[in-house]
Design a protein around this ligand. Structure first.
Ligand code: ADP
Length: 268
C-alpha cells in the first residue's frame, strides 16, 4: 500500500492507494495538532482504517507542512501533487483551480499531469477558504451548510468589499438591514469566484481543454461550484472528493516511484 499525505494550512489529509492504483481509504483532520504529531496521527488512523501495517511501501508528503512528515520517502510541492491528482481523475483536464484554507492557485497541466504554468494568491485571505470561514462565523452558520443555503437565495446581493475584514463588517451591516443570510452567502460566493477568476483569466488560453477542474476543501461547497460555473461560463468539473486531490496526487507519485525503484516501470 502507498501513502499520500498532504499537510495543508487548514487540514491534514492522508490517502492510501494499492499496487493496482485503486484508492483504498482516506482520512482528514484539522491541522490544529500541527507538526509531526498530525502526520503520525493520520498515518495510524489510515492504517487502522485499511487494516494495514502502518509502514507503507512508499510515502510522498506534500502541502505547506510537508517538512513535518518524518516518515516520508519524498516531499513534493502541492502544485505538482494537485496536478497529478487531477490528471488521475480527469486525464483530459488542463486547467485546475484549487481553493484551500489559506491560498488559491490556478495550475495549467500537460497530458501526463505535469505542471506547465501556475499562479498563486497567498497574500490575501479574500479568494481563499479562510474568507468563507470568517464569514460563516459572522453569519453563525456551519461551513458545511453554506452550499445548501446558497441554493435558497432569491435576491442578488453584491458584496462590494474585496478585503476580508471589510467584507465581514459589510456582512454584519447587511444582516442588521434585514437581508437574508442565504442572499448574503450567495453574494460572498460570487465575490470569491470573481477574485479567483482574476488568476484564471490569463491562463485559460494556454489550456487546450475548455473544462476547469475545481479542487480543494472549498470545492466541497455546492454554492461555490454554482457561482464558478456562472462566472467562468466553461464546463466545471469537480472530483468526487476534491479536498483529497493533493493527497491523491502524492499517492499516485508514491506508487510510481516505488514501481520505478522495483524496476516495474511498465505498470506506471
Ligand atoms: P488546506 O489544504 O490549505 O488545508 P483545504 O483544501 O483542506 O485547505 O480546504 C480548507 C477549506 O475548505 C476551509 O478553509 C473551509 O473553508 C473549506 N471546507 C472545509 N470543509 C468544508 C465543508 N464540509 N464544506 C464546505 N467547505 C469546507
Amino acid at each position: 500500500m502507498f501513502l499520500g499525505i498532504d499537510i495543508g494550512s487548514a487540514y491534514g489529509k492522508a490517502l492510501a492507494m494499492d499496487e493496482d492504483a485503486k484508492v483504498i481509504a482516506a482520512v482528514l483532520k484539522p491541522t490544529g495538532l500541527g507538526g509531526a504529531k498530525l502526520a503520525e496521527y493520520l498515518r495510524l488512523e489510515l492504517a487502522e482504517k485499511v487494516g494495514s501495517n502502518p509502514d507503507f511501501l512508499f510515502t510522498v508528503a506534500t502541502g505547506y507542512g510537508r517538512v513535518n512528515v518524518p516518515f516520508a520517502n519524498k516531499t513534493l510541492t502541492e502544485i505538482s501533487c494537485h496536478a497529478r491528482g487531477v490528471n488521475f481523475t480527469f486525464p483530459q483536464a488542463r486547467v485546475v483551480v484549487d481553493i484551500g484554507g489559506q491560498d488559491s492557485k490556478v495550475i495549467v497541466i500537460g497530458p501526463k499531469g505535469e505542471v506547465e504554468d501556475f499562479a498563486m494568491n497567498d497574500k490575501c485571505a479574500a479568494g481563499t477558504g479562510r474568507f468563507l470561514d470568517v464569514m460563516a462565523r459572522a453569519l453563525e452558520v456551519d461551513i458545511s451548510d453554506l452550499g445548501t443555503l446558497h441554493n435558497l437565495s432569491q435576491k442578488r446581493l453584491e458584496i462590494s468589499s474585496t478585503c476580508t475584514v471589510f467584507a465581514e463588517s459589510e456582512v454584519i451591516s447587511l444582516l442588521a438591514q434585514g437581508e437574508k443570510r442565504e442572499d448574503i452567502i450567495a453574494g460572498l460566493h460570487r465575490a470569491i469566484c470573481n477574485r479567483v477568476y482574476g488568476l484564471l483569466r490569463g491562463r485559460m488560453k494556454k489550456a487546450q481543454s475548455g473544462a476547469v477542474v475545481l479542487t480543494g476543501g472549498v470545492a466541497r461547497n455546492q454554492g461555490i461550484i454554482s457561482a464558478f460555473k456562472e462566472k467562468a461560463g466553461n464546463d466545471v468539473l469537480v472530483p468526487p472528493y476534491p479536498q483529497y486531490t493533493g493527497a491523491l496526487g502524492a499517492a499516485v507519485i508514491a506508487r510510481e516511484l516505488w514501481l520505478k525503484k522495483e524496476g516495474r516501470q511498465e505498470n506506471v
